[in-house]
Each structure stands twice: as C-alpha cells, then as structure tokens.
Design a protein around this ligand. Structure first.
Ligand code: CP
Length: 339
C-alpha cells in the first residue's frame, strides 16, 4: 500500500498494524527525548489548500519526531492565488524531493487525483478532502476508543479491534468527511455505528452505508452507547438553511448539559464523548460536556500525533500490505441495520 487515501478500502490487517504501531509511537512520546531517527533524510510536505489547526500541526510534529525534514505549504499566501494548479504546485514541491505529500483540499477526490495521476512519485496521505474522507482522523478516533476500552477491560490494546462496541455519530453528517471515514473504519474494526442527524443533514445514499440511521438522539443514547461522537456543524459548507435555528439544533441534536446528566442518570459510567474539533461550543456540544471527565477531545489530539507517526513510518518504510479491502456486508444486512 503506497498511499492512504481513505478508510473504505483499508483492510483490517493494515488498520490494526497502524493502531499497533501508533501504540509504540505513543510510548516514544512519553520519553524525555521524543525523537526517533526512522525517517532521517526523508522529506514530508504538508500541502494544505484548506484551513487546519490540529491536522497540520500534528503531521508536522509527527514527521519531526521521526526526524524527517518538513516543508509546510499553505495555499493562502502562495502562488495558488495567481492561478497555479494542483499539478504544478505538487510537482514544484516534489522537485524539492518530497517522499510523502500530506494533502488537505477543499475538493473531494483531490488526493486520489494526486496519487493516481503520475504527476508525483511521493506517497500521498489524505489529510481531509471536501466532504469525502479524513482517514487519519478516523484512525486516531479508533485509537482513542481502543485505548479507553482496553484500559477498562484491563487488557493490552495491541492486536485488538472494536468488536461489539456501540458508537453513535451525531450531527452534520452531510458535510462530514470525519463521519464517512469513521463509518467505514469502525465497520472494519467490528463496531456497531448509529448515525443521528436531522433528515436535512443526511446525505443521499446513506442507507447503503454499513450503519443504522436515526433522527432521534435521546432514543438512540438510551438504547446504550459506548462512545458518542459529536460532529461540527459546518456552516462554511452550507449554502442553505438546514435547520430552523441554532437554538432548535442544540436542543434536538446537540450534546447539551441535560444529555450529559442523562448519561449519569442511566449509569452509563464508561461512555466517552468525542469530537474531532474544532468545536462550536453551545451548538453541537455544551462546554460542560466538552470539558467533562468523559470528554476525549484532547486525548484525540494527543493520539493524532502517534497515529500520524505510524502512518508516515509505515507508508515510507513500505510495511503496509496491498491486502484486499474489507468485505462489504451483504445487502440484506445493510437493509436490516437501517432503521
Ligand atoms: N479535526 C480536524 O481535522 O481539525 P483541523 O481542521 O483543525 O485540522
């Protein structure tokens, strides 16, 4: 496997290899000297055509901890504003000897284009493209869940998956590459996923995804949940009104103080609350929930560095196999799951 473009075709074997390697990278992060010489002499280019805080900084930290040279490119302030194309931009950066190109782009499919075009030889890692995919976010989310549940069970997480875990992903699914990448990866790792959203914020064709779908957050939570992942309302991608008001959205689909208290009342003591960031506090998540002991928001950021170290290391060392993609569940199963 030369590139990491999404999770839909990421095999279970490669996903577990990335999560296990990330465990080792996390152990390095605990040391006084956090650097490894693994990618000395290699160059990683961060090619960002869209804004980012967590992903860009985290890839930079990951590459530096592996002793790679890092070139950061941001479309803002570059010759992209003069009309330079993705191809010319990428080839310019590769002329500086890039071994890996980490690309975030507003257009869904841009990383595939880069990887499949023959324009560049470098490994391509998708750092988020349009509404399509954000594979390293899904991997760091899976890492965070696996670490939590392994700790509760008192077992090593190495080699483990998320079999049987109940994950609710709630909010603006329509615009969320995080939701798409999580649904596919969580399916591969054996978790049971329910998407919860207003009907207007669900994409056409969601019934073919390997998950359940609901419009009612309270009923879904009360049925039992191990992890609730709140999605950001992506106002910048909305060109119409998708819900009556922010107040109405927060009341029906936000993880607010009342729902936080409900988890305690239901004695769901081990349920975690996740969010990929950046958060709209008071809209899809209340401050009390975001800052509660159940929240894994900052652990997710921390784990992102380890996961991205693992991805860079495994791709550049050629240690990920070209295994077939995970099997798609039979259509009957999908229909049964969609309620
Ligand atoms: N979660 C995430 O992708 O955050 P950034 O947009 O800040 O990178």
């Amino acid at each position: 496997m030369r590139h990491l473009l999404g999770t839909e075709h990421l095999s279970r074997e490669n996903a577990i290899a990335i999560l296990d390697t990330a465990e080792e990278m996390a152990a390095v992060g605990e040391r006084e000297i956090k650097k490894l010489p693994a990618l000395r002499g290699r160059t990683v280019v961060n090619l960002f055509f869209e804004d980012s805080t967590r992903t860009r900084i985290s890839f930079e930290a990951a590459a530096k901890r592996l002793s790679a040279d890092v070139i950061n490119f941001s479309a803002k302030g570059s010759s992209v504003s003069k009309g330079e194309s993705l191809k010319d931009t990428a080839q310019t950066l590769e002329a500086m000897s890039a071994d890996a190109v980490v690309v975030r782009h507003w257009a869904s499919g841009a990383p595939e284009r880069l990887a499949g075009s023959g324009w560049i030889d470098a490994a391509v890692i998708n750092a988020g493209d349009g509404t399509h995919a954000h594979p390293t976010q899904a991997l760091l989310d899976a890492f965070t869940m696996r670490a939590h549940w392994s700790k509760l069970a008192g077992v090593s997480s190495v080699g483990g998956d998320l079999a049987g875990m109940r994950v609710v992903i709630a909010g603006d699914v329509l615009h969320s590459r995080v939701a798409r990448s999580n649904v596919w990866l969580l399916r591969t790792l054996g978790a049971r996923v329910t998407l919860v959203a207003p009907p207007t914020l669900l994409p056409v064709g969601v019934e073919s995804w390997p998950c359940k779908v609901s419009y009612d957050l309270d009923t879904t939570l009360e049925a039992g949940v191990d992890a609730i992942m709140m999605l950001r309302v992506q106002a910048e991608r909305m060109n119409a009104s998708f819900f009556p008001s922010t107040r109405e959205y927060a009341r029906r689909w936000g993880f607010d103080d009342a729902r936080l208290a409900r988890l305690d009342a239901l004695n769901f003591k081990d349920t975690i609350i996740m969010h990929p960031g950046p958060m709209n506090r008071g809209l899809e998540i209340s401050s009390a929930a975001a800052d509660s002991p159940r929240s894994t928001v900052l652990s997710q950021v921390r784990n992102g560095v380890s996961v991205r170290m693992a991805v860079l290391y495994l791709l550049l060392s050629g240690d990920l196999r070209d295994t077939p993609s995970a099997p798609t569940p039979p259509a009957g199963q999908l229909a049964k799951d969609h309620s």
